[in-house]
Design a protein around this ligand. Structure first.
Ligand SMILES: Nc1ncnc2c1ncn2[C@@H]1O[C@H](COP(=O)(O)OP(=O)(O)OP(=O)(O)O)[C@@H](O)[C@H]1O
Length: 251
């Protein structure tokens, strides 16, 4: 199995306030090539879980494995795209995108060439020399996504990548992401609040309870691939949506 999270609990200890259990006994997996989403109410520990898988935080108990090796508390094994926009404002788009390649030791000229060759697929070829502030929110997220992809890790962790976008831009991003994922064949674990987004993109969805976050249910999305936005109005889609809605409204 590519990713296995086994019995992970995270407690934030505090001197001032009471201890806070963010996640309790969470076990989940992601197989190679799968697109898996985590959906749950605000504050149920979704970002905390991704940070633990990325190795930025250590679980209080439990373990995390990638291809059978423990990666608990270890950084650098996954490509993690955090919730906040992390583009450097003083670097142009191409200079931002090149960062992971430079980190991997690729020479500047080669890194630039490789990054430039990928811009068209990400709809960014006109913007190589622009600065992030000149781009729309949707474009900036495509840059963030391309940069995350260039870390060249088997598993991508995406934390609410479209959370701040307006509904129309979000729809365009979903369409684009479905297309590009067909080409890239990346394994993805996505955190989202958005029920329709989770269904449209995922093979499976883990539904979390409110804090302390626990897995309430695993839902398999049985819609065919390639997925299209038109599927949103199909009866199969609406049936899954209803199931998720019922799971999320009762706690
Ligand atoms: N470093 C920290 N110290 C103390 N408490 C924390 C820390 N990080 C997160 N928390 C708390 O843990 C809980 C889970 O937070 P987390 O951000 O993981 O939730 P989330 O499900 O991603 O929420 P949202 O959907 O709103 O982003 C929250 O109550 C949060 O306040």
């Amino acid at each position: 199995m590519m990713l296995e999270v086994k019995n992970v609990t995270k407690v934030f200890y505090s001197n001032k306030y009471e201890d806070l259990t963010a996640l309790e006994d969470v076990s989940l997996f992601v197989a190679k090539g799968e697109f898996v989403s985590i959906i749950g109410p605000s504050g149920c520990g979704k970002s905390t879980l991704l940070e633990m898988i990325a190795g930025l935080l250590k679980p209080t108990s439990g373990d995390i494995y990638l291809n059978g090796q423990s990666i608990t508390g270890k950084k650098g094994n996954t490509a993690y795209m955090p919730q906040k926009d992390v583009l450097f404002p003083w670097r142009t788009i191409i200079e931002n995108v090149m960062i992971p390649l430079e980190v991997q030791g690729v020479k500047k000229a080669k890194a630039k060439q490789e990054a430039l060759s990928l811009l068209p697929a990400f709809g960014l070829e006109q913007f190589a020399d622009h600065y992030p502030e000149m781009l729309s929110g949707g474009m900036r997220q495509r840059v963030n996504f391309l940069r995350t992809f260039l870390f060249r890790k088997e598993l991508m962790l995406l934390d609410e990548p479209f959370g701040k976008l307006d509904a129309l831009t979000k729809m365009q991003m979903h369409k684009w992401l479905l297309k590009i994922l067909e080409q890239l064949k990346q394994t993805v674990l996505l955190v989202t609040h958005d029920i329709e987004e989770a269904i449209l993109l995922s093979d499976r969805i883990y539904v979390f309870s409110s804090r302390p976050g626990k897995i309430k249910r695993e839902v398999v999305v049985t819609l065919d691939r390639p997925r299209t936005q038109e599927m949103i109005t199909s009866s199969a889609f609406i049936e899954i949506k209803k199931q998720l809605f019922d799971l999320l409204k009762t706690d």
